[in-house]
Design a binder for this molecule. Structure first.
Ligand code: ADP
Length: 606
């Protein structure tokens, strides 16, 4: 990464942090300045006190030095206490802000990005990186450290600069003092940057291991994995896998620690060597009558603090450069565009619901895949039509629906609403036209009513009516809190567990409550028992009312009641017509599928 890019990322990250919590930014830097200043107060006044004692100063002056030492330290401690409280509050604001940034980004992304494997890997990675302290958190840590080191360097230099004004100390001794300090500082910086590189390379690999570990834990902890682990005796192989990963991490960590230990040892030896040299030099100067006894301790402390600060600043800058790689990834994620929001045409609200949809030679490939999930689909359907979509698993039925409701845009061709490409419409307005129950629908752990209405405020009578139409009325009457009953127990201990079939009915009621002109049911009976399934078919016309309905199923019998049936095969619409017309074509796909399923039922019956 070039310096220019480092600067750009840094500037953007600071702005971003400020937006989340100014309090956190300011209190972190202020806290660091105050805590770094604190040790210099006793260093300065103790030297004054010792020199005062040696010079036989009166009790008033000595008492003043003692009071100033204690008073100033106390004052700084109090200030620091207040700053710490602000910093704690700020860190919560910052954490909440970051959570919200992630949530807002995920919810505002196009569905294509949400399903995209690369995007998911990127998201997982940056979340782990931020949990291990990289990214924005590290940036704040950098400013905290840097502010402290700058104060430490400035204070150390200003408290030791008087050494160079002492006329009795020969020039060569002064030059030797500066030379020794600068050489040690440079070697320290070199060693620090070397071990900084070793550790950051290791910690960057840790993110990969953490991702593996998280997946492993999800297998072990989750009840779904629990069944298979027990039934198929998977525990030993899972344990072996985990042990293998842990051992490899442990070996690399041990290697990294050993390398760093050698460098640290060298660094420590250099520091103590310098300390000894400085002591000797100062003792010689003191014996020559050039400097006071109190100043010896002050100069030695300042030199050692200067070294620590320079070393710390070098480490901080080195890690800042590494951290910018993490921040780059973080912004890459935030910058993933959402092409769905580009259209601005309003969808005319029509009381007659007179909308028609047309697929014009539509082909589609999922991102990062080679083969087409849909190929040259041409289709027109009008309001009020009851359309069934049938075909084998993987033939493209769900993909067809995802394109219809703009979860994805076609790779080739166009889909039009009333003759206009749907990409030109305002995305939210277009989405409002559809009520869809996907196979993998998701209910939230809120109240039943909120789930139906997808909102906290809702029309109770309408919600109940929709539940009744979806066949959930019996179960609703068993719930003592009715629509206020919480589903699941994630947010409410009194929440109720509902079965897959019941959940499917609730999802159906939610679609009915939305009251959109198009209703799409993707395998709506997959989790229902045969009785409930029969109920949904027989009441389908009543459920769908005057809406345009698309009913997807791989069970042909459940689609007979639809006026129009589309037969999908390998991403193509291979046949279209009502049941009788399609059956009349004995060489057609529909006939073959029907026969296969009918034979199965006949054998079952036999
Ligand atoms: P159906 O609903 O008829 O069972 P789908 O529309 O779900 O079929 O799938 C059609 C094809 O697209 C299949 O080959 C499937 O593997 C592929 N496919 C579905 N979803 C994705 C996805 N998110 N990424 C890549 N390929 C997908």
């Amino acid at each position: 990464m070039k310096l220019r890019e480092h600067m750009q990322i840094g500037r953007r990250a600071i702005k971003h942090m400020f937006l989340m919590s100014r309090r956190y930014c300011f209190s972190t830097v202020a806290g660091s300045i105050v805590t770094s200043l604190m040790p210099y107060v006793p260093i300065y006044f103790s030297a004054k006190l010792i020199d005062g004692l040696a010079a036989g100063e009166g009790i008033e002056v000595l008492a003043l030095y003692a009071s100033l030492t204690v008073g100033l330290v106390a004052l700084l401690s109090l200030l620091n206490g207040w700053i710490t409280v602000q910093n704690d509050l700020g860190s919560k604001e910052q954490a909440r802000g970051l959570d919200w940034v992630y949530a807002e980004k995920a919810m505002g992304m196009s569905y294509a990005s949400i399903e995209d494997r690369e995007v998911n890997l990127l998201r997982e990675r940056i979340r782990y990186e931020s949990q291990t302290g990289y990214g924005l958190y590290w940036l704040i840590h950098f400013f905290r450290a840097l502010a402290g080191y700058v104060v430490q360097i400035a204070a150390s230099v200003s408290l030791s600069v008087s050494f160079f004004a002492v006329s009795t100390v020969p020039l060569w001794q002064k030059l030797a003092f500066v030379g020794a300090v600068i050489t040690t500082m440079l070697v320290n910086i070199l060693l620090t940057s070397k071990w900084g590189k070793i550790t950051s390379a290791f910690y960057s690999k840790c993110v990969d291991w953490n991702l593996i570990d998280a997946k492993f834990s999800s297998y072990v902890d989750d009840y779904r994995g629990g069944k298979d682990i027990r039934l198929y005796g998977l525990a030993p192989s899972l344990t072996d896998f985990d042990l293998g990963t842990q051992m490899s991490v442990w070996k690399q960590e041990a290697k990294m620690e050993l390398q760093c230990m050698g460098l640290r040892l060298l660094d420590t030896l250099m520091n103590y060597g310098l300390q000894l040299g400085v002591y000797m030099l100062l003792i010689a100067a003191a014996l020559g009558g050039g400097i006071s006894v109190g100043s010896i301790a002050r100069y030695v402390s300042c030199v050692m603090l200067l070294l620590t600060a320079a070393e710390g600043a070098a480490t901080a800058i080195q890690s800042l450069l590494v951290n910018n790689q993490y921040l780059k990834r973080y912004f890459e994620y935030l910058d993933i565009p959402n092409p769905m929001y580009q259209g601005s045409l309003t969808v005319a609200k029509r009381d007659d619901n007179e909308y028609y949809i047309e697929f014009r030679d539509v082909s589609f490939r999922y991102p990062n895949t080679e083969s087409y999930a849909l190929r040259h689909v041409n289709l027109k359907f009008r309001v009020g039509e009851k359309l069934a979509v049938v075909g084998m698993n993987g033939s493209g039925k769900t993909t067809f629906i995802k394109l219809l409701c703009r979860m994805y845009d076609p790779t080739e061709g166009e889909i039009c609403l009333n003759g206009v490409d749907i990409r030109k419409y305002d995305y939210d307005e277009y989405m409002a036209l559809f009520s869809i129950v996907f196979q993998d629908f998701q209910l939230m752990a809120f109240s039943l009513g909120q789930n139906i209405a997808a909102s906290a405020a809702y029309d109770k009578a309408r919600a109940e009516e929709c539940l009744e139409r979806a066949g959930f009325d019996q179960r609703l009457s068993d719930m003592s809190k009715g629509l206020d009953t919480a589903l699941y127990q994630h947010f409410d201990r009194e929440g109720v567990e509902i079965s897959g079939g019941e959940a499917q009915k609730v999802a159906l009621a939610r679609a009915l409550y939305k009251d959109a002109p198009f209703i799409v049911l993707d395998e709506p009976t997959a989790a229902l028992d045969p009785v409930a399934e029969y109920e949904v078919y027989s009441r389908f016309n009543q459920i769908a009312g005057d809406k345009t309905a698309v009913y997807i199923s791989h069970r042909l019998a459940s689609c007979r009641f639809c006026s129009e049936i589309l037969v999908f095969d390998s991403g193509n619409i291979v046949q279209r017509g009502n049941h009788e017309e399609l059956m009349a074509d004995e060489s057609g796909r529909y006939h073959a599928l029907w026969d296969a399923q009918a034979q199965y039922y006949a054998r079952e019956a036999g």
